[in-house]
Design a binder for this molecule. Sequence first.
Ligand SMILES: Cc1cc2nc3c(=O)[nH]c(=O)nc-3n(C[C@H](O)[C@H](O)[C@H](O)COP(=O)(O)OP(=O)(O)OC[C@H]3O[C@@H](n4cnc5c(N)ncnc54)[C@H](O)[C@@H]3O)c2cc1C
Ligand SMILES: NC(=O)c1ccc[n+]([C@@H]2O[C@H](COP(=O)([O-])OP(=O)(O)OC[C@H]3O[C@@H](n4cnc5c(N)ncnc54)[C@H](OP(=O)(O)O)[C@@H]3O)[C@@H](O)[C@H]2O)c1
Length: 691
Amino acid sequence: MATEGPVVPASVAEVPITLPHLEKSLVDIKTGEISQEETLPFDPVTLKEKYLAERDKRLARDQGVEQYVLLDDHLSQYLKDPWVEPGFTRDPIEEETDVVILGGGYGAQVVAVRLIEQGVNNFKLIEKAGDFGEVGFMPTEKYARAKELLKHSRIIGEKYDLYSRALFQTEVKDMRWNEEEGKWTTHTARGDKIKSRFVIPAAGPLHRPKFPGLVGIEEFQGHSFHSSRWDFNCTGGDPDGNLDKLKDKRVGIIGTGATAVQIVPHLGEWAKQLYVFQRTPSSIDLRGNRPTDEEWAKSLEKGWQKKRMDNFDSIVNGGFEIEDMVADGWTDIIRELLTAAIDPNNPVEAAAKRQLADFKKMEQIRARTDEIVKNKETADGLKPWYNQFCKRPCFHDEYLQTFNRPNVKLVDTRGQGVDRITQNGVVANGEEYEIDCLIYATGFELANEWAHKTGMEIYGRNGITTTEKWKDGAMTLHGWGSRHFPNCFWVQIVQAALTPNFMHVTNEQAIHYAYIISECLKRNIRTIEPTQEAEEGWTDTIVKGTALRMDFFKECTPGYYNNEGKPSKVGARNATYGYGSPAFIKILTEWRAAGDLAGLDIRFFPVPSAQPVSKDTNTTETTTKSEKSAQVETESQPRVNPNPGTPASRSENKSIVQRYSDLQAKHQTEINDLVWRHKGEIERLLRKHDV
Ligand SMILES: Cc1cc2nc3c(=O)[nH]c(=O)nc-3n(C[C@H](O)[C@H](O)[C@H](O)COP(=O)(O)OP(=O)(O)OC[C@H]3O[C@@H](n4cnc5c(N)ncnc54)[C@H](O)[C@@H]3O)c2cc1C
Ligand SMILES: NC(=O)c1ccc[n+]([C@@H]2O[C@H](COP(=O)([O-])OP(=O)(O)OC[C@H]3O[C@@H](n4cnc5c(N)ncnc54)[C@H](OP(=O)(O)O)[C@@H]3O)[C@@H](O)[C@H]2O)c1
């Protein structure tokens, strides 16, 4: 999917975690004061007012996320994958495996590899596309291009024998938990039924296209498609460009986010006429792509990649490193904005200094636009008026230059967006632009329900769905596990951490899940899921972290970083961990090191242990003597808290009736659970007493 990225797996991107959070009044006053300390080429107070006015212009539409339509029913053709082999059929499969991994992207691949490293070899990957996608190895350039990324993901597929475990062109429709069996059944659109003890949905964070709710989309008579479903039949060429079928076409592109920034230079090069419909400009800084230095590559020693990833992650989260090993636009901006001469003990001054650094950075970005774009009106239209991390910063060396071509026109809608689509083209600012090929670079569903983003549902214990459970926002422990969804591990950014090198955190999640699954196999654990307390505690941490960033995002122009300018309770819960990815990774690492599976509700197989799953299909179970002695609890005796010294063992001297009523007072969900598990006996009791 990505066409740029540094040398490490995947590359740059995403939302920064440690953002400056600013009180408007303080900043205005403070920046005013600070501006007197040095001669600034701009007035910070006027600049702030301009930012807020630009935001208000967009907020006045009062559209929030509702402005986007869901690609169901009449617009579902925009979801079709144009690259898969048409007419592919196969018989449905019914089989059993230890783990089902949903997806075949980078995330699913890294999970598979980490499972193999833990000796868990018996798994299946289910991917609706026709092949693996993404990844980064030793690319020929600092930011690898699509073909190279695809090649590398295929190499991983071959090296780890993932192809033999993958079902491609197979869309998962649902996953259902069966309590009696202690297993999931994954149903696919091809009629497959695959049972497994564990499931790992890795369905991707930015996967389902998002469309503006414009009148007339269906009426358009030319070719149209979403950027993520590129139609080479219409454009010609391949992922390197060479879009030769556009030579005689008038092309329109709606959207100027990170995706459009990568596409526009190719369209500008090939189209007879290109119209770029802009609502809000992106911040475009220097990318500085360059060939990989072969001598440097040869000099690298084992472990270089991890060091480099850690170094990058530390810097982009505001940490101090003597050396900047990646040294690109991301590390440059964040070093300037988050660490430059800031006294952490004086938060008001720190916020003001950060705001000042941000103003300077954005002034530099706007000046760069003037330097590159020759037409003054176009250059002005391309200038972003917001703080750097209100939107995803972009880096490109040909985007702005493309607007100097005579066949390229910026249609700046000044925050209003296009008006509508007609049979012949696009209406913007009241004028119709006739178009043969229309590309929607309008982004991806992020704030929607998990089930909608993935086109499937997960049914946990008692048939509860993710949609029901997360209707007021996600509830998880560390972003991976949710109560009533036993043995289920989400690979997601929600309630986990996000960092510019996206795959850094995904890799840590993969290591974490592989550890827990292998521990379940070793310790004869039948099911694990977060306790109610652990899940509530973590969700609270996420919500508090979001509150820290709220002031910053309130001042931002709307976009998917701030729920389109409408902060909400659901949004606060569906956010990422607010204290940075290094801190998040530390939490996971320390949790594993403690070895006590804290915060998990653990249920064991009955003794003597019946073990339907082996750690490795080729080896026998490796349970040790001490682990066996810990297996006294059975499925009918859930071991809610395995740790000595915790409330469960402290209350040993209370009667079971007292302890039960304590539980009733505190944990209604667990009671419901117990009732469900002992339904038969309870019903007998109720009948006996005629209740
Ligand atoms: C245009 C673009 C460029 C990006 N560039 C970068 C970058 O340079 N660096 C970076 O770090 N991040 C980048 N990202 C973020 C990027 O999405 C992730 O880094 C990476 O793709 C995440 O891998 P993943 O496997 O979790 O998700 P994905 O790569 O999205 O894979 C998820 C897979 O699940 C499959 N799937 C979903 N639902 C179902 C279902 N019901 N049944 C079967 N299969 C299903 C999908 O077909 C998909 O292949 C980019 C995102 C976009 C949209
Ligand atoms: N190389 C990389 O690392 C890379 C490359 C591409 C994407 N990505 C990832 O993917 C994410 C999504 O990027 P994206 O560009 O696909 O989506 P996006 O950032 O959500 O951008 C969508 C664009 O569509 C515009 N838009 C929406 N409705 C419109 C309307 N009615 N009229 C006119 N314009 C309209 C938006 O304008 P507004 O801004 O006004 O809302 C915005 O410019 C990125 O943030 C990044 O995380 C990464």
